[in-house]
Design a protein around this ligand. Structure first.
Ligand SMILES: Cc1cc2nc3c(=O)[nH]c(=O)nc-3n(C[C@H](O)[C@H](O)[C@H](O)COP(=O)(O)O)c2cc1C
Length: 224
């Protein structure tokens, strides 16, 4: 039997890609007949350090899904603060189930694997039951849009979320098929690098430079 799911999207910014992913998952769960609530942690107070809404939202939800973006090789600060707050939540009547989706700008899953493992560790430390999770790359392309409007670049992620919602409806954890779908690259590696370089150069021009080799500090291999 499925239980009400809290989808908590945590990012350091408003109109986040995490919220777009979380909204898609909550809608997919609804279509599967699972009661789901989306909480945008940043919008609800997380950006001001107010995690009371994130705490209050736990009530009535036996299963919590954290959707978090990767900032500097770790889950972002709002997501970390949320997990810290939840770790102090009073124990409910039944063990809380926990899943996590960690997504990143770079396409390769290797960037997000440690962050996902930290989420799994959180579940263990908090006494919550780990119900699986997955990583997804190249999420910057979502651009804060509705995931359906993000086109082919988000097709594997949409499939992973649909499969996850269907599994939760059956009372099952995140399925292997979702993990595999989310890990698939949305574009060939060479194209990703070409587009990334083009975007970096455009950004540099916007800031009045074209010299991307300059370093703000002297080389690290010398003292002084
Ligand atoms: C300050 C900052 C740091 C980031 N660090 C990483 C990183 O270490 N690795 C990575 O793959 N993507 C990184 N990204 C890209 C984000 O993970 C990516 O754009 C994501 O879609 C942002 O989602 P959000 O809008 O939910 O925060 C970073 C983005 C920002 C703004």
């Amino acid at each position: 039997m499925s239980e009400p799911v809290l989808v908590a999207a945590a990012s350091n910014r408003r109109r986040s890609n995490s919220a777009a992913i979380g909204r898609y998952l909550a809608d997919a769960l609804g279509r599967e007949g699972v009661r789901a609530q989306l909480l945008d942690v940043a919008e609800s107070g997380g950006l001001r350090g107010d995690l009371r809404p994130a705490m209050a939202a736990l009530v009535g939800h036996g299963h919590v899904v954290l959707v978090a973006s990767l900032y500097h090789d770790a889950i972002n600060a709002v997501a970390t603060a949320t997990l810290e707050a939840w770790a102090d939540a009073p124990p409910g009547e039944s063990p809380r189930r926990f899943s996590a989706i960690v997504h990143s700008g770079y396409p390769e899953p290797v960037h997000t694997e440690v962050a996902l493992a930290i989420c799994r560790k959180f579940a263990q430390e908090a006494g919550w039951v780990w119900r699986g999770g997955f990583t997804a790359g190249a999420s910057s392309a979502i651009g804060g849009r509705d995931l359906r409007a993000a086109g082919p670049l988000a097709r594997h992620l949409r499939r992973a979320l649909d499969r996850t919602a269907a599994a939760f409806a059956r009372g099952e954890p995140v399925p292997e098929a979702a993990v595999r779908a989310a890990a698939r690259a949305a574009m060939p590696r060479w194209l990703y690098i070409a587009v990334g370089n083009w975007a970096m150069r455009r950004e540099a021009r916007r800031w009045g430079t074209s010299d991307l080799d300059r370093r703000p500090y002297p080389s690290n291999d010398r003292d002084g």
